[in-house]
Ligand binder design. Structure first.
Ligand code: ZN
Length: 107
């Protein structure tokens, strides 16, 4: 017996169950191969969305530096705060997203 995640609700359930114990989704019509395929597609979609997020966070991070570099906002100005926030947010978002990608790939 293996533990899979339900293709309907994503909860961890047994692959031998005929129906999901959490959402009562019908699993009997799906072969293990189909379930594995659904699982893989789901994982790929999630990976794709995380990749997009890491691109966006990188843009935010670089955008923050871009503001500092090209506009050279006066210290304590709104633009300087905005660029600092963009740098910090972009960087933390990027780190978190990369960690989530690594975790997802390890699964
Ligand atoms: Zn379910």
């Amino acid at each position: 017996m293996a533990i899979i995640s339900c293709p309907f609700c994503g909860q961890r359930i047994s692959d031998k169950a005929a129906a999901c114990s959490k959402c009562a989704g019908d699993l009997s019509s799906n072969t293990p191969e189909q379930l594995a395929l659904i699982e893989r597609e789901k994982k790929n979609r999630k990976l794709q969305s995380l990749m997009n997020q890491s691109m966006l966070s990188m843009l935010l991070f670089l955008g923050g530096f871009g503001i500092l570099y090209w506009w050279q906002p006066a210290s304590h100005s709104y633009n300087q705060y905005a660029s600092n926030i963009a740098i910090v947010l972009g960087f933390s978002w990027y780190v978190v997203t990369r960690a989530r990608i690594i975790l997802l790939k390890r699964k």
